[in-house]
Design a binder for this molecule. Structure first.
Ligand SMILES: [Zn+2]
Length: 87
């Protein structure tokens, strides 16, 4: 009699653990890490809060527009590249 009771208790604990591990394993995958949004920001996204990215007229390196050095209507990554010809 006692063994049968212990068996059912053990079974119940096992079921609870199985459900818990199942929930824990599936939930993070459903919500996702939220990475796609960051990847999208690398292009020419017109996001309100994201900073605009411009490319250097000489080396074509991408960097935030606030760090750009403007000369003759072109954006450069650094003052050194302003003196170099645009490619
Ligand atoms: Zn440059």
């Amino acid at each position: 009699m006692m063994m049968r009771l212990l068996f059912w208790i053990a079974l119940g604990i096992l079921v609870v653990f199985a459900i818990r591990s199942k929930l824990r394993g599936s939930l993070p995958r459903q919500s996702g890490p939220g990475a796609p949004r960051d990847v999208q920001g690398e292009g020419e996204g017109e996001g309100g809060q994201g900073e605009r990215m411009v490319s250097c007229a000489h080396c074509h390196l991408y960097f935030p527009a606030s760090e750009a050095v403007r000369a003759d209507g072109l954006d450069y990554c650094s003052p050194a590249h302003v003196r170099l010809p645009a490619r």
